[in-house]
Design a protein around this ligand. Sequence first.
Ligand code: BYC
Length: 470
Amino acid sequence: MSIDYADRIPNNVDLHEDRRLQRALESWQPSFLGWWQNMGPTLPTEDVYLRTAVNVGREGWAHFGHVAMQDYRWGIFLAERDGERKIAFGQHKGEPAWQKVPGEYRSDLRRLIVIQGDTEPASVEQQRNLGATAPSLYDLRNLFQVNVEEGRHLWAMVYLLHAYFGRDGREEAEALLLRNSGSDDAPRILGAFNEETPDWLSFFMFTYFTDRDGKYQLGTLKESAFDPLSRTCEFMLKEESHHMFVGTTGIDRVVERTVQIMVEHDTDDAGPHGAIPLSTLQKYINFHYTVSLDLFGGEQSTNVANYFTAGIKGRWMEERRKDDHTLLDDSAMVDAVQDGQVSQIEIPALLGLNQDLRGEYVADCENGLTRWNSILERSGLPQRLVLPHRAFNRKVGVFAGLHATPDGTVVTGEEWDAQQGKWLPTAEDKTYVRSLMRPVYERGKIASWIAPPRNGINGKPFDYDYVHLV
Ligand code: BYC
């Protein structure tokens, strides 16, 4: 399954054998490049040490080298096809996976692909100005790697729209470049993708918490009966793991620096010494975690029940689940609000699948907290970072409109408003974080508020020339 780089659009789907599709995608390509010029990274660079996919197999799938970003070879890469693949769940369980879109599921599938596709360019737009304040060349390179791969993930969804959804697919592909993050007239579809990513702390939080929603959503689409979608998501997940690595180790390094300063100056407040105070880190965690929880949809959803029954969206690790994979007779406990208080109710399992996925995600998020707390613990500090309660600061689902504190206590709207500055980043916190964001573009140097990474990229040292600026 090696990739054909001789084509104008690199691909491993034999694009040259379908002239109409090739022409349609080639006519979308200039729109994509125009979007990248206008909405992509703003910092001018000569070249960047980037990885490019050269194969989709298990071993050695990526090539690393310095590339001018506008010449990056965005393309279409699907994981290898398993000709024997059977549908693993829902009413079509046991039937062969679909190579075409069944008419009755066309609009639901298109909707899911559009929502997924919409998030990818949105994140590039959110991060476009971060190059101006990168804490090191290593971090700058990682930002650009994430950006080009999100651009490629847009290509992945656009390929599906063009290849399988005819004219309305082509129209949706155009529209993906017309909506913009934070726009008043044509915003991105999901809430978290209209929030700002104005500083590098937000970037690391975004790549830890929001990219991780991507991991779980892609994991459920990888189970899809629609085989081209499944194969696309399988390969996207491979690329995605680096994005979460950037988030996890980015926050590790921020905590590490904060802890160093706290110990060195024997203080609870690292702020006056040029690092990010733990209390500010906690507020950023509270914000990014809760807006990411909103990305899982409602706790009770007929949409997700229909997707599952139809076979178009499965569960995380569907094939490892020990049940009948149709869930027709099963029930599940989901969050509810009763008499103004947080509680749980029993509902048909099919309706509760958004919460099922959210539960997997939350457990994974906990791992980050364990890592960061172990940095505090190793340094002998008693403070700990925590994930807030799932009812806190929610805009989607049963908790939307409820005023819950980070520990889950329900309070009045007035009390919540009066205290929210203790829980979520205030204008002052954001201004302070921004004041630390001064670019460090010298090889081997690092900003004051973050520790250097333990290792470089692809075996290169930290002081490697990862980016050549103009
Ligand atoms: N914002 O039935 P419900 C990634 C709407 S991230 C605004 O509970 P459902 C990435 C919903 O559309 C992963 N609206 O929702 C990360 C519905 O509207 P209608 C992206 C929302 O459908 C970082 C209504 O509320 N991929 O890849 O079960 C960087 C009722 O809701 C929101 C996907 O999300 C919201 N947050 O679940 C780069 C996968 N939530 O029908 C990339 C595809 C709900 O009443 N999407 N609504 O008009 C899905 O699977 C589902 O659409 C959702 C929502 C899980 C998002």
